[in-house]
Design a protein. Structure first.
Length: 148
């Protein structure tokens, strides 16, 4: 199906864009949750949407990063792509955790601890939605179709 087939592979762009849309919608939806929100409508639904986004985006971007690489460089490129993914995730988590704790600390003076923590999470979810948008913009640089 992938190599040597006469079928046209649509490329990584549509999958990455669909996954980014799921990120944007899921994290945007999570940012609307508050301390009294119900689990199914405010946590489970958006989390499932984000999971679909992860499944569509990250394997697609890894495949795009390693596609059409000369045979002798496949290991190096795969290792670099995997390392970039791990380091990027670590840095992203550190930035988001710092933003959440900073926001929660600034909100702690005038509100309950639960509300302060929720304000920190609201900020993080909006930042994550922005990352989904950034992935969508960068995904526009991917080729429309794989050359066969």
């Amino acid at each position: 199906m992938w190599g040597g087939s006469t079928k046209r592979y649509p490329g990584a762009r549509p999958l990455a864009l669909a996954g980014s849309a799921c990120f944007l919608a899921g994290f945007g939806w999570l940012s609307l949750a508050h301390a009294d929100s119900g689990y199914v409508t405010s946590v489970l639904g958006p989390t499932l949407l984000i999971a679909v986004g992860i499944g569509l985006t990250f394997p697609t971007l890894m495949a795009a990063a390693t596609a059409d690489v000369p045979e002798g460089d496949v290991g190096i490129i795969g290792g670099l792509a995997n390392t970039a993914s791990q380091v990027g995730g670590s840095i992203g988590l550190a930035v988001l955790a710092t933003a959440a704790s900073t926001r929660a600390a600034s909100e702690a003076d005038g509100s309950s601890p639960v509300d302060a923590l929720a304000a920190g999470y609201d900020l993080v979810f909006l930042m994550a939605a922005g990352l989904g948008l950034a992935i969508a913009v960068v995904s526009l640089l991917l080729p429309r179709r794989r050359r066969g």
